[in-house]
Design a protein around this ligand. Structure first.
Ligand code: FMN
Length: 188
């Protein structure tokens, strides 16, 4: 049987992103038979504009995202919270993946949303909003896969998440859940 392919999208664009580090911990935690790829290039994707979503004008970066999502069996989002909601870069990716309407790359894909943020709730508002947007976009947002790590800036100031055994176990559990969902056939 071929590997289960999970595409990770990171909602923070900064190089030192703690959410990116969590995604790296997920890559490490993937068991045999599960491949996790972190999508590079969210920053290059222009804001979604229907006027430019045609064969003449369509952004190559947007097409790359759609192709990567289409090729994945499941998606894993790692996102901080920006001003109480989902960061624009991740929302833009969902918008790109949602079109053409009803046939977007995200249609029917299982999506798990986790992350870390500075606040005491670890970005749950952003995660909830991301799940809501994924569902409206046609994806299958997994409501029960949850991991929100508070106080990112303090907790990961001096250590990478992969150095924290308890956290690594939590991330591994998330990976197992998205991989299990990705293995299931998409309902017609
Ligand atoms: C524009 C902006 C808005 C933010 N708003 C929130 C917020 O509403 N809630 C929160 O918990 N943290 C907020 N933060 C802090 C981020 O959670 C924190 O910087 C986090 O570590 C960013 O994730 P990263 O390390 O993956 O870049 C905000 C940060 C930025 C840059």
């Amino acid at each position: 049987m071929s590997n289960v392919r999970v595409l990770a999208l990171v909602g923070s664009l900064r190089a030192g992103s703690h959410n990116r580090q969590l995604a790296e911990a997920a890559v490490d935690a993937a068991p045999a038979g599960v491949e996790i790829e972190i999508f590079e290039g969210l920053a290059e994707i222009p804001f979604y504009n229907e006027d430019h979503d045609n064969d003449q004008d369509r952004s190559a970066a947007g097409v790359r995202l759609r192709e990567a999502i289409a090729a994945a069996d499941g998606l894993l989002f790692f996102t901080p919270e920006y001003n109480g909601t989902i960061p624009a870069a991740l929302k833009n990716a969902i918008d790109w993946a949602s079109r053409p309407m009803g046939e977007g790359a995200i249609s029917g894909k299982p999506v798990a949303v986790v992350g870390t943020a500075y606040g005491q709730y670890g970005g749950v508002w952003a995660q909830d909003e991301a799940r809501k947007a994924v569902g409206i976009a046609g994806g299958n947002a997994l409501p029960d896969v949850k991991l929100s790590i508070p106080e990112s800036v303090v907790r990961f100031a001096e250590s990478h998440p992969r150095e924290d055994a308890e956290l690594v176990a939590q991330v591994a559990d998330v990976v197992r859940q998205i991989a299990d969902a990705a293995k299931e056939p998409v309902a017609a």
